[in-house]
Write a protein that binds this ligand. Structure first.
Ligand SMILES: C[S@@+](CC[C@H](N)C(=O)[O-])C[C@H]1O[C@@H](n2cnc3c(N)ncnc32)[C@H](O)[C@@H]1O
Length: 214
């Protein structure tokens, strides 16, 4: 598999058609927005599309793949991936929906049963706008206290849950909240340079992927 991601405008426009598809609409309809925060607008979900592109290009055929989303909140995209044949699971400290594939759980403090059951299981683990929301450099500068204390532990946990050769994908607006050294120490190698994603004429998200070192 290639260690780079092709995401030009043509591919972007093509992939965005997913959001308009009958299949996506059907999944989306299962999850009414419970708190009016934007998730109820089907266009919101286009922000997830780079994750599908990254999985297809870095991991290959998605059918049958074991996938974990950290901080899924509304599991619309995960459910859509499952409709394409993945075996996706989600965790969230405060999920808006819990169903057979979404569990209420904290990535910093997973329970032992979850770890025992899922150790070495996932082909792909991804997160979108979850880790960055814990990190607050302004707070750190003002108070001298970190809000995000568990970086190393989280990366090691993710590594433990991934298969050998598994991939961790971050789609976030702070691609650099972990240092490369923290990834390397947790057993990852970087396989994709940070790549800004263009949405609505501005770049604000970055996609980065890390592979478990074999
Ligand atoms: C800004 S929302 C993003 C939701 C979703 N990923 C998206 O892009 O629409 C961040 C989510 O991360 C969840 N979260 C925060 N801390 C978490 C933790 N320690 N473990 C699991 N989920 C967490 C929150 O409950 C929230 O649903």
């Amino acid at each position: 598999m290639e260690n780079y991601l092709l995401f030009d405008n043509k591919l972007y426009e093509n992939k965005m058609k997913i959001i308009k598809s009958q299949k996506f609409r059907k999944v989306f309809a299962k999850y009414p927005d419970k708190d009016g925060s934007g998730y109820g607008d089907i266009n919101y979900w286009k922000y997830y599309v780079p994750i599908l592109v990254a999985i297809e290009q870095l991991v290959g055929k998605i059918e049958g793949k074991n996938i974990l989303e950290i901080g899924c909140r509304y599991p619309v995209f995960l459910d859509y991936l499952n409709s394409l044949g993945t075996k996706g699971q989600g965790i969230d400290i405060s999920p808006r929906y819990e169903n057979r594939f979404v569990q209420k759980m904290n990535i910093s403090n997973l329970n032992k049963q979850f770890i025992a059951k899922n150790k070495g299981k996932f082909d792909v683990i991804y997160e979108r706008l979850t880790f960055s929301r814990w990190y607050d450099d302004e707070h750190e500068l003002k108070t001298g206290k970190k809000r995000f204390e568990h970086k190393e532990k989280i990366l090691k946990t993710i590594n433990l849950l991934l298969k050998r050769n598994g991939t961790f994908i971050l789609l976030d607006d702070r691609g650099t909240m972990f240092t490369l050294k923290q990834f390397v120490d947790a057993g990852f190698e970087k396989c994709l340079f940070e790549m800004p994603i263009l949405f609505g004429g501005k770049t604000w998200n970055v996609i980065v992927a890390y592979k478990v070192v074999n």
